[in-house]
Write a protein that binds this ligand. Structure first.
Ligand code: VGL
Ligand code: ZN
Length: 193
């Protein structure tokens, strides 16, 4: 199916940060392998002059999601550290809009929409279709997609540009099914024009 990058489309790249890459504090298997594909999407959106957003997990040192505070995760993506930086091979230019999330020490936030300016900024630019890529499929990608759908956006999940943690076998697959059931549309690089 052909899916067009229309005037009202934007690209949202979720949490492509060092700590989620192999060797990082909370690695997502093969997360680095989607970087070339994400770069191709970036190129397509840039050529069309459409906005590109990059969310980043932006935790304070004492974040509630860390196992040091009884949370589920090892400390990761701490503000200002190397682990919180975007992967160096990701071709983000100066015009990419960075969205910090989960910065409140006492609240976790998986969605790029939670306590951020993302919805306001998209609306201000007249965006009603979002194309979503990044990690992790069953956490931040899923929450961002579902919030987007609930806020009334048409959401295209870029299936060749996401990776999951799969703490339990099949978690990513289940998350994809859930997103589809709620109205997300799947697309791959060769379908996006
Ligand atoms: C994420 C676990 C903890 C994500 C963030 O980006 O999906 N996962 N913090
Ligand atoms: Zn996190």
């Amino acid at each position: 199916m052909k899916i067009y990058i229309t005037e009202d489309s934007a690209l949202i790249i979720v949490d492509m940060q060092n700590d989620f890459m192999p060797g990082g504090a909370l690695p997502v298997k093969d997360a680095d392998l989607i970087i070339p594909t994400i770069n191709r999407y970036i190129k397509k959106f840039r050529e069309k002059g459409r906005p590109i957003y990059a969310t980043r997990d932006w935790h304070p040192e004492n974040h509630i999601s860390f196992n040091t505070r009884g949370g589920p995760w090892p400390p990761h993506c701490i503000q200002g550290t190397k682990g919180a930086e975007f992967h160096k091979d990701l071709e983000l230019s100066d015009d990419v809009i960075i969205v910090n999330k989960a910065y409140n020490p006492d609240r976790d936030a998986y969605s790029g929409f939670q306590e951020t300016f993302l919805d306001i900024d998209l609306r201000r630019r007249g965006i009603s279709r979002i194309f979503v890529a990044g990690v992790a499929t069953e956490y931040c990608v899923k929450s961002t997609v579902i919030d987007g759908l609930n806020l009334g956006y048409e959401v295209i999940l870029l299936i060749d540009a996401i990776k999951g943690v799969d703490l339990n076998l099949g978690d990513s697959e289940k998350a994809i099914e859930d997103m589809l059931r709620r109205g997300a549309i799947l697309a791959t690089l060769d379908e996006v024009f």
